[in-house]
Design a protein around this ligand. Structure first.
Ligand code: SAM
Length: 220
């Protein structure tokens, strides 16, 4: 079996065993996660583990999230083609690529300049020309091009930053892990006019959102 065929069969197993079996049913999300070559988003010496059921360290104490968490966040965000979507925490660029496969116009913020540059180069090489990676403390969002149909925060926040709610369009969705440094709950917040509805999704463990609206730098 060629290496490409091997990765494809691992992707297929990931979809069936880790995602569909755990309740991810959105066919668009499942297709996007089948199409994005996750092994291209991990360090070279971790490629064999790319489709394992866990997060993987990508450098500077940061991680690419577990496949199930990426799927759960993407499904919760109910992405429609053409949606302007803000991701906070580019990391490897994997979540941004999944969003782009669903037709989103993706702006992704990363505070770590090395990770931002690496993700930018990787996404360009893989043909994701439309994803805009910005080196920026995104804990308060990115107001200059708001509002967003969806905001996904892929790092753990101590509370929901009001600034992110302000940058959601009417009908917008915010998906964010909220809690302590050790343990969080993945929350989905729906904005309908002046009304906000909060849904608790899954327990989760993310690296901290560092910055003005997140945790202080020393908490790492
Ligand atoms: N979504 C990523 C992926 O698909 O690989 C995984 C994100 S990783 C779990 C969390 C990322 O959030 C790290 O790369 C970290 O540097 C970044 N981060 C933490 N605080 C941030 C902030 N205030 N603004 C932007 N990025 C931040």
């Amino acid at each position: 079996m060629s290496v490409a065929a091997l990765f494809e069969s691992e992707r297929h197993a990931m979809i069936e065993r880790q995602l569909r079996r755990r309740g991810i049913h959105d066919e668009g999300v499942l297709r996007a996660m089948f199409e994005v070559p996750r092994h291209e988003f991990v360090p070279a010496d971790q490629r064999e583990a790319a489709y394992d059921d866990r997060p993987i360290v990508i450098g500077d104490e940061q991680t690419i999230s577990q496949p199930y968490i990426v799927a759960a966040m993407t499904e919760a965000a109910r992405i429609e083609p053409g949606d302007k979507v803000l991701e906070i925490g580019t990391g490897s660029g994997y979540q941004a690529a999944v969003l782009a496969h669903l037709g989103a116009q993706v702006i992704s913020l990363e505070r770590n300049p090395w990770l931002a540059a690496t993700a930018r180069e990787r996404l360009a090489r893989l043909g994701y020309a439309g994803i805009q990676v910005v080196t920026y403390d995104g804990s308060g969002g990115y107001p200059s091009v708001a509002p967003y149909a969806a905001i996904l925060v892929t790092a753990a926040a101590p509370k929901v930053p009001q600034m992110l709610l302000d940058q959601l369009a009417d009908g917008g969705r915010l998906v964010i892990p909220v809690g302590t440094l050790q343990q969080q709950t993945l929350e989905l917040i729906l904005k309908d006019g002046d009304r906000l509805t909060v849904h608790d999704l899954d327990p989760c463990q993310f690296v901290p959102l560092i910055g003005e609206q997140g945790w202080p730098e020393r908490s790492r």
